[in-house]
Design a protein around this ligand. Structure first.
Ligand SMILES: CC(C)(COP(=O)(O)OP(=O)(O)OC[C@H]1O[C@@H](n2cnc3c(N)ncnc32)[C@H](O)[C@@H]1OP(=O)(O)O)[C@@H](O)C(=O)NCCC(=O)NCCS
Length: 166
C-alpha cells in the first residue's frame, strides 16, 4: 500500500521557490515528454528556460512541500490547469492528487469546468487524470511556448481533458 505522508503542505508559491520549481519542472518535463514531443522543443527546455518561465506563473502557482522539500507544483491559467509536476520520489503518494484538487478549486472560483492538455504519449499523466475524474474529450494541437520571441511556439500533439469543477 502507498504510504501517504502526513506532513504534506500546499501553499501559494513565492519568489523564493523559483529555483526549486524550475529544477523540478526541468527534470519532470523530460520524464513526461521525452519521445512524445517534436525534437525541436527540447532545445527550449533547458534549466535556464524553466527559470524564465516560472516567475510569470508564480501568482497562479501552488506548491506542495514535505518538510523543507518542494515536491510538486501546479499552475492554472484562467480555466486551464496548465502544469502539474511532482518530483519522482513523491509520485504515487497522493501529492499529485492534492495538487490537482487545489487547481480544480482555483478554477472553480471563476469557471464551471476546467481543461488541460496532455501529450498523447504521456501515459502516466493520462492515467492519473482519468483516475481523478477527468474526461478525455478531444485531440488538440497544443501551442507549447518555445523561446523568448513573443508568441513563438512548437505544436505538440495532445489530448484535451475536461472536468466539471462546480
Ligand atoms: C503526471 C504526474 C503529476 C502524476 O502524478 P503521480 O503521483 O505519478 O500519479 P499516480 O502515481 O497517482 O497515478 C499515475 C497512474 O499511472 C499509472 N502508471 C504509472 N506508470 C505508468 C506508465 N508508464 N504508463 C501508464 N500508466 C502508468 C499508475 O499506476 C497510476 O495509475 P493507478 O492509480 O490506476 O494505479 C507525475 O507522474 C509527474 O509529475 N510526471 C512528470 C510530469 C508530467 O508529465 N506532468 C504532466 C504534464 S501534462
Amino acid at each position: 500500500m502507498t504510504e501517504h505522508r502526513t506532513d504534506l503542505v500546499l501553499r501559494p508559491a513565492h519568489p523564493d521557490d523559483t529555483e526549486a520549481i524550475a529544477a523540478l519542472w526541468h527534470q519532470g518535463w523530460r520524464d513526461g515528454h521525452a519521445g512524445h514531443v517534436p525534437a525541436e522543443l527540447h532545445r527550449h527546455r533547458r534549466l535556464a528556460d524553466f527559470r524564465d518561465r516560472v516567475p510569470p506563473r508564480l501568482p497562479t502557482t501552488t506548491v506542495a512541500t514535505l518538510g523543507e522539500r518542494l515536491v510538486g507544483f501546479v499552475t492554472v491559467r484562467d480555466d486551464e490547469v496548465e502544469q502539474v509536476y511532482v518530483a519522482g520520489s513523491a509520485r504515487g503518494t497522493g501529492v499529485a492528487d492534492a495538487l490537482l484538487a487545489a487547481a480544480e478549486r482555483a478554477v472553480a472560483e471563476r469557471f464551471d469546468a476546467a481543461w488541460l492538455a496532455v501529450a498523447v504519449g504521456n501515459a502516466r499523466a493520462r492515467r492519473f487524470y482519468a483516475r481523478c475524474g477527468w474526461r478525455d474529450a478531444a485531440a488538440l494541437d497544443y501551442p507549447a511556448e518555445a523561446g523568448t520571441a513573443a508568441g513563438a511556439t512548437v505544436t505538440v500533439a495532445c489530448r484535451r481533458y475536461e472536468k466539471r469543477v462546480r
